[in-house]
Write a protein that binds this ligand. Structure first.
Ligand SMILES: Nc1ncnc2c1ncn2[C@@H]1O[C@H](COP(=O)(O)OP(=O)(O)OP(=O)(O)O)[C@@H](O)[C@H]1O
Ligand SMILES: [Mg+2]
Length: 226
């Protein structure tokens, strides 16, 4: 049977070894996501939400299980192929912000596109910055931005990829209500296009409220919230 999911994973396992010994963080987790779907995942700090996103983005190799994105087994792809996915159809917005400090806002946003061989017009960047409340910031340097502004620049960078999968880790955390609402608006637009599936790790009630599904991460698995 044809897999109609944009993303699916089965039996995902990942453990970490540290001073406390080896700890199993993901314990055989299953997940599926369709295009046009917004799935929110919440759960206590340290539950493994970011670990899951890193595995799905191909940044961390699972110890067991499989991940399929548009039918391809992510965990079997080479480093280069996985990096190419992240510059194109798979966009990741991280909890820890990764902007290149010596490049301007506009250059940061353009970078993945250059890597993937796409050209963008200045107008497109400006429209996107405007939508995220960052109009006029194109030439600013990251060091001149606030934490929330940097967060939105990294979201803008992801959106320029026109991704079919957006993996977002706590993108509305530490933002005021008005700014968080801008991001919710962008997510809604993206979902409505029907081309993109969004997996958002979040505790934001309004974002969870507009989700198609909400799951909680507990004991290394995903479960319906009680
Ligand atoms: N590289 C690593 N090496 C060792 N342990 C790690 C590593 N990355 C994560 N962990 C551990 O795995 C567990 C899950 O971490 P993770 O970052 O996935 O949690 P989280 O659910 O995203 O938490 P938060 O809500 O605080 O962001 C934590 O106990 C963390 O200490
Ligand atoms: Mg996290």
């Amino acid at each position: 049977m044809e897999d109609r999911n944009l993303l699916s994973c089965e039996g995902l396992e990942r453990s970490f070894r540290d001073s406390r010994g080896s700890r199993l963080i993901l314990r055989g987790l299953d997940l599926s996501l369709r295009r046009g779907e917004l799935l929110c995942i919440s759960g206590r700090s340290g539950a493994g939400k970011s670990t899951l996103l890193h595995c799905l983005a191909g940044l961390l190799r699972p110890d067991g299980g499989s991940i399929r994105f548009e039918g391809q087994a992510i965990e079997k792809l080479s480093e280069t192929r996985r990096a190419r996915l992240r510059a194109g159809p798979v966009a990741v917005v991280f909890q820890s912000l990764r902007l290149l400090e010596h490049l301007s806002v506009a250059e940061n946003i353009l970078l993945p596109g250059l890597f993937a061989g796409r050209r963008r017009k200045a107008d497109e960047i400006n429209d996107l910055l405007e939508e995220l409340g960052l109009g006029g910031y194109a030439e600013a340097m990251p060091s001149d931005l606030s934490g929330g502004e940097r967060q939105r620049v990294s979201l803008a960078r992801s959106l320029m990829q026109e991704p079919s999968l957006l993996l977002a880790d706590e993108v509305t955390a530490n933002l005021d209500r008005e700014t968080a609402e801008m991001i919710l608006g962008v997510f809604d637009r993206l979902r409505s296009s029907g081309r993109t599936g969004i997996l958002a790790v979040t505790h934001h009630p309004d974002l969870i409220g507009m989700a198609d599904r909400h799951l909680r991460m507990e004991d290394g698995l995903l479960a319906e919230p009680t």
